[in-house]
Design a protein around this ligand. Structure first.
Ligand code: GLC
Length: 554
């Protein structure tokens, strides 16, 4: 395995993701906002992160919580104004924190002026900004299903044709084959860069180039064909990203991360290859899709540690020296990491949250912390469908139960474990009403455990998950080996312990993580006093206590 040679600021950074709607509400309307974020910059500074990735704050009718944008150059009313945004950018910069914006350009909202014009007539100059097709045999052009349920094609009466929407009906896909549409996107991106933002997280960017034959796709377990086959890593995606790089990215000192569903190692080396001139890094999906079954993510399987290690290790070793990894266990689309990969029972929550943080932050790549992960926040386990807000799980519940593919009871359990709303309950700031998130009524229920799990309590406790994350971030700044060192897995067959080493300039760090609630003998634990970088419990025996994790020099 090669040592990565080129050193850059974004490889050395730690990123913190903010989902604005659920972060901090400053005006009492129950919805988080930009002034709320400004008021919490000190908290982020104390944690020590370098970059904020801001999920969309643009004007949007909110069919998909801001991932359906109707004006790329305006701020969502509920979130504040452009003046608020400028103030956030300015204050963050003064504190040494960079801001990366979400870029959602696979699709717009159907309320975006481009689409409003496009749907009016076949001769509109904006017609080809979107993907319009004639129906077939009285139905849609093909059998593709949308990510949020139903067909991926919506019939539009005004011109009697169908438009493609890979996600919600209110999220029509842009037609990247159209040069004017691409130019308009680049123009908008330059506008934000000229404002001084520090980069882009690119939403489903692997899906912008579609197979122009639009063939029927295979049906797996649901009702529709899986469009991913013909939309992910499509024929012209790299050509488009090289063009975007030339037209925009290469002109600024910014960082870019592509959300690349369906990405393989080979593809990642193209998207994020050091010499490819496309993006800096990608989010791969393999580890968060482990255990997916015939109904996709809707199941209750636990992740098998051997599989998790195999996937993580493959990405660690295969990208090393040629491309760059993003390291994440959670985000706004995933359940809480401690509930999914750790153990959120009260006696193990803290220690397993720290174990997961340690396991991830010692790997090669840029670590991403999702808001509340640094507190060990858990899934809320709401037990009524009415408590969920996300279109994805609500539509899936109806579609799958009504088709008789799963019982209502099972589906609710799957939602409790896998719904995106698990990550979207409000940040737990203190033990007061609504966890200090809002003085109004929160748009989604707060996790009832906020009186035990909250930032105020953790800031005061030097042994909290928060302070553990703070130390992890600090260690990464002090030890280049954590950023650039090579990675080697020690324990491929062990189904309970994740053990690996990093090596750099003649030095080595060993990382040991017990992923179980059992005490395990551990022959790799050779640390004497003085060599430990960080550990989540005191135990000098050659054993690992439940969820024990330690990193030490060897
Ligand atoms: C990405 C976003 C997700 C959104 C989807 C459609 O996967 O992370 O939240 O729903 O794209 O924009």
């Amino acid at each position: 395995m090669m040592e990565s040679t080129k050193h850059t600021w974004w490889k050395e950074a730690v990123v913190y993701q903010i989902y604005p709607k659920s972060f901090m509400d400053s005006d009492g309307d129950g919805i988080g906002d930009i002034r709320g974020i400004i008021g919490r910059l000190d908290y982020l500074k104390e944690l020590g992160i370098d970059v904020i990735w801001l999920s969309p704050v643009y004007q949007s009718p909110n069919a998909d919580n801001g991932y359906d944008i109707s004006d790329y150059r305006a701020i969502q009313k509920e979130f504040g104004s452009m003046e608020d945004f400028d103030e956030l950018l300015d204050k963050a910069h003064k504190m040494g924190i960079k801001i990366v914006m979400d870029l959602v350009v696979n699709h717009t909202s159907d309320e975006h002026p481009w689409f409003v014009e496009s749907r009016k007539s076949k001769d509109s100059p904006y017609r080809d900004y979107y993907i319009w097709k004639e129906g077939k045999a009285g139905g849609p052009p093909n059998n593709w299903g949308a990510s949020f349920g139903g067909s991926a094609w919506e019939y539009d009466e005004s011109t009697e044709m169908y438009y493609l929407h890979s996600f919600h009906t209110k999220q029509p896909d842009l037609n990247w084959e159209n040069e004017d549409a691409r130019k308009a996107v680049y123009d908008m991106m330059r506008w934000w860069c000229d404002k001084g933002i520090d980069g882009f997280r690119m939403d489903v960017i692997s899906m912008i180039s579609k197979d122009q034959n639009f063939p029927d796709a295979q049906v797996h377990g649901g009702l529709y064909g899986n469009l991913g086959e013909f939309t992910m890593n499509g024929p012209r995606v790299h050509e488009f990203l090289k063009e975007m790089n030339r037209e925009v990215l290469s002109r600024y000192d910014i960082m870019t991360v592509g959300e690349t569903a369906g990405v393989t190692i080979e593809e990642a080396k193209r998207y994020a290859g050091e010499t490819e001139e496309e993006l800096n890094m990608v989010f791969q999906f393999e580890h968060v899709c482990l255990g997916d079954g015939k109904l996709g993510k809707w199941n209750d399987s636990r992740v098998d540690l051997r599989e998790l290690k195999a996937v993580m290790s493959k990405w660690q070793t295969e990208l090393s020296g040629t491309a760059w990894n993003s390291l994440y266990l959670g985000n706004h689309d995933q359940p809480r990491s401690v509930s999914r990969f750790g153990d959120d029972r009260p006696e193990y929550r803290e220690i397993s949250a720290k174990m997961l943080g340690l396991c991830l932050h010692f790997m090669q790549g840029t670590p991403y912390i999702y808001q509340g992960e640094e507190l060990g926040m858990t899934n809320p386990y709401f037990d009524r469908l009415e408590d969920y807000r996300d279109v994805e799980c609500i539509n899936a519940y109806h579609e799958l139960t009504e088709a008789g593919l799963v019982s209502q009871k099972d589906m609710l359990r799957y939602i409790q474990l896998r719904s995106r709303d698990n990550a979207r309950t409000p940040m737990q700031w203190d033990g007061g009403e609504n966890g200090g998130f809002t003085r109004g009524i929160p748009w989604i229920g707060i996790n009832p455990n906020y009186s035990q799990i909250n930032a105020k309590k953790e800031l005061k406790d030097p042994h909290s998950v928060f302070h553990f994350y703070r130390k992890l971030i600090q260690l990464r700044k002090e030890n280049k080996i954590m950023v650039y060192g090579t990675y080697q897995l020690l324990s491929p067959e062990d189904d309970s312990i994740y053990a690996y080493e990093r090596a750099y300039q003649g030095k080595r760090i060993r990382v040991l993580c017990n992923f179980t609630d059992r005490i395990l003998p551990c022959e790799w634990k050779t640390c004497e006093e003085g060599v430990v970088l960080i550990r989540n419990c005191e135990n000098t025996d050659k054993t690992l206590l439940p969820y024990e994790a330690v990193a030490f020099w060897v």
